[in-house]
Design a binder for this molecule. Structure first.
Ligand code: GLN
Ligand code: ZN
Length: 765
């Protein structure tokens, strides 16, 4: 019989319960027991929801208070020494590794001062995991038994679950060596790690788990031979252990075909493959499946919000059934549903027609179940009919097509995507205007989004204050930020972005063709969730989106203020994209809308314009090949279309974060100045890669994800280290990213120290 399976469910709760609880705990408003209770309730709600939907295979251990990869680091004792010396409880150790901790001594507790571990994008998604960080002194052992505890918790509720664990090879491969052990190759630790995995698995079996899902998403990457060998070794090892649960080896976000030789013949009971992302791998995968193995067909999209097409999906699953038989096929979500919002029924403000196009995590449970029933010959005629109608109506919807937008995209040419002169000619023109000192200082854009800002925005949205009152409030916030920057001596100022709820949503709301949710939150990292706008149709900008605030900010200071925009690739990547046109087309539509905005800013007297592209790297196709080369070219082109309509003397900045960047990719954007996240890189080789970057660059000097305040000396040490490799003439001084998640107190101190450090270097040069 065909079974239905879910690979993971969002843990944030339908109303962001997890965020409220974790932040409440960090702020001392709730106790650790209250925090744990919220976690327990969320888990139980999720399991029950899935049970009631009729899902056969329900995941456990997909819950986390911060990040599931970080949970494993805690579980396996992969805890750098700097976190263990304070005698923190396990949960506080977890949070310290995830977000850093700085705490003054009290009567009962020692002072703590430790930075967070590096946080990295989870494959090509906007989720971030905390990077496992190994040292030569790392001693694997089990700290607690979270997967077992959560399995038992579900079992007590009468729900049999399939625990999920990230697999040993992915866990090591996605990690890195700590700065005290830079020559350590994480994969070399496999042999020591495997017995610990086996211990967890056998404990799960002893607790009653018959099956586990082990995720090896690295199998969709171009794996080096060492990692391929590690996969063979790991699963052969598990195959030799007695008393382990059956293993479903899960992959997602791409094709496994280049690694099929590695997967073939592994002693696992099932293979899960993402056929939403890569349907073309079907024949190869089916041919590689062993006689007794099951194929888990990932057919309900875990990464996007479009309603499933039941007819198409059922036909796809039926192909698998024909080849393998019903008993060896599972109908599943393509990946964990972590990347989709929790429940569409909470969306009260969406246009009914548009709402009919979507399906969120809760609805996807029904989708998996209906497809399973359908391919099992059960009668789901009504659901199929309603689905067919809805799919058809979207295809024909008037809300989607705009011929003038299509025509403008078709007219994009080389000239539109090239600045009037090359950088060497632009630079002297810009120097004349700005006359900046060496080591110019700036920030990335946002300043603390205070409670006051959120309250006023809510009031404005609810209509309890007028547009004029709101504008007055925003202007006073801008003024505070401008005065503060002048006071501490920053060189290129920002207006602080108080009017923006989110860097993509804010623009999306002003662009035709977008739809928005009121509660469609998705976890980005830790307690930070985003509410991605949804690209529904062709995109265009009816009027200026950001000019008013930038012009106001510039009007009250003699220093240059940066106009601040979100780039086309980031708008695309941090939205749910359309699945009926290609990504390039959507990027170019956005690029044109932003081009108009850039030109309007320039015309309004703004001389420096920053177009942020933090998501540039995450959009890179996971494998080498034609798709990746094409992306390199169209992503850069989209940025240049947006930014090439200005005069030489207008200085274009860009900003990137959250990822290991390829300097060549950034070069292709031809921005005059770029700022990149850097503070947690700790790696001289990485600086060296940027040495030949022709334009100017600011390597982020402090971690904005942490409330920790670096001292002036710490900045000086950091800058000195970079100056060993990086030329002073090109050196900008700035934080890693925007400060919106920070409080004012730490912002004030950190930036003051940063500016003092820049001044120190000016005296040296
Ligand atoms: N300008 C944005 C800010 O400062 C950039 C944010 C980002 O890169 N994620 O908030
Ligand atoms: Zn950033």
């Amino acid at each position: 019989m065909v079974q239905s399976a879910v690979l993971g469910f969002p843990r944030i709760g339908p109303n962001r319960e997890l965020k409220k609880a974790t932040e409440g705990y960090w702020n001392g408003k709730i106790t650790v027991d209250e925090l744990f209770k919220v976690g327990k309730d969320l888990r139980s709600q999720n399991w029950k929801l899935q049970k009631e939907a009729g899902v056969d295979i329900i995941p456990s251990n997909d819950f986390s208070f911060y990040d599931q990869v970080l949970d494993l680091s805690l579980l396996f004792n992969v805890i750098p020494d700097r976190y263990t010396k304070y005698d923190l409880s396990p949960i506080d150790t977890l949070f310290a590794m995830g977000r850093g901790l700085q705490r003054k001594a009290t009567e009962t507790e020692k002072a703590v001062d430790v930075t967070a571990l590096e946080m990295v994008k989870w494959f090509d998604s906007n989720y971030h995991y905390v990077r496992p960080t190994f040292s030569k002194t790392t001693q694997f052992k089990l700290n607690g038994q979270k997967p077992v505890d959560e399995y038992l918790e579900a079992k007590e509720l009468g729900i049999q679950t399939r625990p999920v664990l990230l697999g040993p090879v992915s866990y090591l491969f996605l990690g890195k060596a700590d700065k005290d052990s830079l020559d350590l190759e994480p994969l070399s630790l496999l042999e020591q790690l495997l017995p610990i995995y086996a211990e967890v698995l056998s404990k799960l079996a002893a607790a009653g788990a018959t099956e586990v899902q082990i995720d090896e998403p690295v199998l969709v990457l171009d794996l080096p031979a060492t990692a391929q060998a590690a996969i063979k070794k790991a699963y052969t090892y598990f195959g030799k252990q007695s008393n382990l649960p059956k293993i479903t080896l899960a992959t997602y976000f791409g094709t496994v075909v280049p690694n099929l030789d590695v997967i073939k013949g592994l002693p696992v009971s099932a293979l899960h493959v993402d056929f939403v992302r890569a349907p073309q791998q079907f024949d190869d995968v089916v041919a590689a499946i062993g006689d007794k193995q099951t194929l888990s067909v990932g057919i309900v999209d875990g990464r996007n919000i479009w309603k499933n097409d039941f007819k198409k999906s059922s036909a796809f699953v039926n192909k698998a059934i024909e080849k393998l038989g019903a008993d060896r096929v599972v109908v599943a979500t393509s990946s964990s549903l972590l990347h989709t919002p929790v429940d569409l029924t909470n969306e009260t403000k969406l246009d009914a027609e548009i709402k009919g196009f979507f399906s969120f995590a809760t609805q996807k449970l029904d989708e998996v179940v209906v497809i399973t029933k359908n391919v099992s010959g059960q009668n789901v005629a009504a659901a199929l009919e309603a689905n067919a109608k809805s799919v058809e109506s979207r295809g024909k919807s008037k809300l989607i097509h705009d011929s003038s937008v299509k025509a403008r995209v078709a007219s994009i040419d080389q000239k539109m995507s090239t600045r009037a002169s090359p950088f060497e000619q632009r630079l002297p023109e810009q120097k004349k205007i700005f006359n900046l000192p060496l080591f110019p200082t700036t920030t990335i854009g946002s300043f603390p989004q205070t409670k006051d800002i959120r309250i006023n925005r809510n009031k404005f949205n609810k209509g309890t204050i007028t547009a004029e009152e709101y504008e007055k409030f925003i202007n006073s916030e801008i003024e505070t930020v401008i005065r503060f920057q002048e006071e501490i001596g920053l060189d290129v100022l920002v207006h602080g972005e108080p009017e923006r709820n989110d860097m993509v949503q804010y623009f999306g709301e002003q662009i035709n063709g977008y739809a928005f949710t009121v509660n469609g939150w998705v976890q980005s990292y830790g307690s930070r969730y985003v509410r991605p706008p949804i690209i529904v149709g062709d995109l265009s900008r009816p009027k200026a989106m950001s000019v008013k605030e930038s012009v106001y900010a510039q009007s009250i200071t003699s220093k240059p203020v940066k106009g601040m925009l979100t780039g086309p690739i980031t708008c695309l990547r941090w939205s749910f994209p359309r699945d009926d046109v290609d990504q390039r087309t959507q990027a170019m539509q956005l690029a044109l809308a932003l081009r108009d905005e850039v030109n309007d800013l320039e015309a309004a007297g703004i001389k420096v314009i920053q177009v942020d592209e933090p998501a540039l790297r995450e959009g890179l196709p996971l494998r080498e090949g034609a798709e990746r080369s094409a992306y390199y070219s169209w992503a850069a082109e989209a940025f240049r279309v947006a930014t090439s309509g200005v005069a030489n003397k207008t200085q274009i900045h860009s900003h990137f974060c959250y990822s290991d960047l390829d300097p060549n990719h950034i070069k292709a954007l031809d921005a005059d100045v770029v700022s990149i996240e850097f503070s947690k890189k700790d790696d001289a080789n990485y600086i060296a890669e940027f040495k030949n970057y022709p334009n100017h660059i600011g390597l982020g000097l402090f971690d904005i994800h942490s409330p920790r305040v670096p001292s002036k000396d710490e900045f000086i040490t950091k800058i000195s280290a970079i100056l060993k490799t990086y030329p002073a003439e090109k050196f900008w001084v700035n934080p890693d990213c925007g400060l919106k998640t920070r409080g004012w107190e730490e912002t004030r101190l950190s930036l003051t120290h940063m500016v003092e450090a820049a001044q120190y270097f000016r005296e040296q040069y």
